[in-house]
Design a protein around this ligand. Structure first.
Ligand SMILES: Cc1cc2nc3c(=O)[nH]c(=O)nc-3n(C[C@H](O)[C@H](O)[C@H](O)COP(=O)(O)OP(=O)(O)OC[C@H]3O[C@@H](n4cnc5c(N)ncnc54)[C@H](O)[C@@H]3O)c2cc1C
Length: 366
């Protein structure tokens, strides 16, 4: 059986950031990725927004890793020439929502978010006359990033430090013992076994299924997950703004918001659609609901201007039968298996938080 020092399962933005951090610390790292290319799932099916840590409960892993990740990401993009823009974002309150906007502002401050400015209804009407809102909160540190450019840079850094990236390698089974993990891997028609003393499960939507295939993992720590698909519709014609425009957040998402990509194309989404299995088709019948959601803050949205674009799927985590709304990093303290780190429920703001999560994993396993 082949032996390697560290195996990272999954080459999305999180797995690549972890591989980079561990390789830079001098570890021999192998990244096993099921698909032919990195980042084909969550990491390329999102809003590409650099979040500023407004929404998450103070002290939560989401809040801390988002704030830290935001700073690390801007620095990394500047250092590596990754396309990005600190374009800012407006969270807009409709009628009867000023208390909810104030609560969001209070939460953001308590969580440590900076660069926030309240905007009056009058100022909003002056700055963005097409928008309907009674007040808004401006976040100066929100922005957008080229997620593929980011992943390409992380992959290059990892490889430059000796990491081996293996596309089309699917992990199908793991026998676990403290400090020793025997993996079964499928690579096309080939099947082989690999032994490692450190295993990082960064498999995104596949992370919970991977735990199901871990023999020797304690049953009490096995999570389950549900899938909340998020559909996007793109806007035909020019964008009315070059900032990000968000309504107030809803139960399982941030609300159907307007993002502008680095080419200036505007799109709306994601909504929340519970699905049994991940799939990425966008159903045109959702258009009417999108038009209603968008017209709450852009009443003059032209008829027929929205077109189905793409979709992503959020992993919604359950642990001990309860929803677990935060990111979850399981290490030996929870499951007793030295050397195993599971990164679970890494939905939004995982793109923003990736470098901070990698820093944390490197610290945990250092
Ligand atoms: C609709 C939506 C919008 C979002 N918007 C934002 C946003 O604007 N800003 C933000 O910060 N975050 C956002 N996010 C969150 C962000 O996209 C994710 O948190 C992040 O991309 C997670 O990356 P990952 O590496 O964990 O997962 P992935 O990118 O999915 O990577 C996991 C990889 O593991 C591989 N894999 C799975 N199982 C196996 C196996 N058994 N063997 C080998 N390989 C395997 C998969 O093929 C995949 O490539 C959004 C998410 C969604 C769904």
């Amino acid at each position: 059986m082949e032996r390697v020092g560290t195996v990272v399962v999954g080459a999305g933005v999180v797995g690549l950031a972890v591989a980079r951090a561990l390789a830079q610390a001098g570890d021999p790292v192998v990244v096993l990725e099921n698909e032919a290319h990195f980042g084909e799932h969550l990491s390329s099916r999102n809003s590409e927004v650099i979040h500023a840590g407004l929404y998450y409960p103070p002290g939560s892993l989401k809040a801390e890793s988002c704030l830290r990740g935001n700073a690390l990401l801007y620095d990394y993009c500047a250092a590596r020439g990754i396309d990005h823009r600190r374009c800012g974002k407006l969270i807009v309150a409709g009628a009867n929502q000023s208390d909810a906007l104030q609560r969001l502002h209070d939460n953001a401050r308590a969580a440590g978010a900076a660069g926030l400015t309240p905007i009056s209804g009058r100022q909003l009407a002056r700055e963005e006359p097409w928008l309907r809102g009674t007040a808004a909160l401006h976040s100066a540190h929100s922005g957008i990033v080229d997620s593929h450019g980011l992943m390409a840079a992380l992959a290059r850094d990892a490889e430059d430090h000796g990491a081996l990236l293996c596309p089309r390698h699917r992990v199908t089974h793991i026998d676990c013992a403290p400090g020793r993990f025997d993996l079964r891997v499928e690579a096309g028609d080939e099947r082989f076994a690999l032994r490692t003393d450190r295993l990082i499960n960064a498999a995104g939507l596949g992370a919970v299924p991977l735990i199901e295939r871990m023999h020797g993992f304690p049953d009490a720590q096995r999570p389950t997950q549900r899938f909340a698909k998020g559909n996007y519709f793109r806007l035909a014609g020019p964008s009315p703004t070059d900032r990000l425009i968000y309504p107030l957040p809803e139960a399982h998402g941030l609300g159907v918001h307007l993002t502008v990509d680095l080419a200036g194309q505007a799109r709306f989404g994601p909504d929340v659609e519970w699905v049994e299995h991940p799939d990425y088709r966008v159903d045109d019948t959702r258009r009417a609901a999108f038009e209603i959601a968008v017209r709450r803050y852009w009443p003059a949205l032209p008829a027929g201007a929205l077109h189905p674009d793409y979709a992503g799927v959020r992993p919604k985590l359950m642990l001990h039968g309860q929803p677990h709304p935060d990111f979850l990093i399981q290490d030996h303290r929870s499951h007793g298996l030295d050397g195993l780190t599971n990164l679970l429920g890494i939905e939004s703001p995982g793109l923003t938080a990736a470098l901070a999560l990698a820093e944390r994993v490197a610290r945990l396993s250092g």
